[in-house]
Design a protein around this ligand. Structure first.
Ligand code: HEC
Ligand code: HEC
Length: 164
């Protein structure tokens, strides 16, 4: 058992670490280092089977809420989950959600302003339609570590092989 004084110090350290992690995931959409914490195995399994599990920080809480409300008619498919799994996923995405308070009408990361700005300049329109990409939602076609929440420039490789 920890003595009272030690325990207090330990709690302090754990708290400081938690604040650093929380800040890092919320600010990541605008910061230089585009690596997101994807530490929920349930989320990665349930929301990463048809496409990569998208980082919660890339949409605001309101948009995630709409997505979770409509899983039975999710982009032309049924992605509904058992109630307890759904609650767990909802808690994870809302806790990690970005600051954007407006609901994105199409519920797509790829339709947000920052996404368009970040990508339009850098990616030729023909690339989005190529067989290797097919859809802007197919993050992993270019961000080779997208599965792990890593969108850093170092792991970026456009189809065709050129790394940037
Ligand atoms: C049964 C397959 C399936 C499952 C499971 C699934 N999705 Fe999707 N999801 C899709 C399809 C299909 C699209 C549209 C992809 C496209 O346009 O290329 C999509 C698109 C999305 C998008 C928009 C991507 C963009 O920016 O264009 C988000 C966000 C999303 N899904 C979140 C989730 C979440 C959260 C879960 C888990 C609760 C989940 N998905 C589970 C099939 C699925
Ligand atoms: C066709 C290839 C391609 C696809 C698909 C793609 N991206 Fe990107 N992404 C890029 C390029 C190119 C950049 C620009 C990097 C830069 O400006 O340095 C970029 C930049 C980013 C950045 C900023 C990283 C940085 O270093 O500035 C993030 C975050 C990001 N993409 C997330 C996503 C997400 C999420 C998806 C899927 C919903 C996605 N991308 C789909 C090519 C792609």
């Amino acid at each position: 058992m920890l003595e009272q004084g030690n325990r207090r110090r330990f709690d302090g350290v754990a708290w400081a670490a938690a604040v650093v992690l929380a800040t890092a995931s919320v600010d990541a959409a605008t910061a230089g280092d585009h690596r997101y914490l994807m530490n929920d195995p349930t989320y990665r399994t349930e929301c990463g089977s048809c496409h990569v599990a998208y980082p919660p920080a890339l949409l605001g809480a309101g948009t995630w809420r709409e997505i979770m409300r409509g899983l039975d008619r999710h982009f032309g498919t049924d992605a509904s989950l058992p109630a307890s799994t759904e609650a767990q996923v909802r808690a994870f995405v809302e806790a990690g959600a970005g600051k954007d308070s407006a609901v994105v009408p199409t519920l797509r990361i790829s339709d947000t302003k920052w996404f368009r700005k970040e990508h339009r300049r850098e990616v030729d329109p023909s690339v989005w339609k190529s067989a290797a990409v097919k859809s802007p939602a197919n993050c992993g076609a270019c961000h080779r570590q997208a599965d792990a929440g890593d969108y850093d420039e170092r792991s970026l490789r456009l189809p065709g092989g050129e790394s940037r």
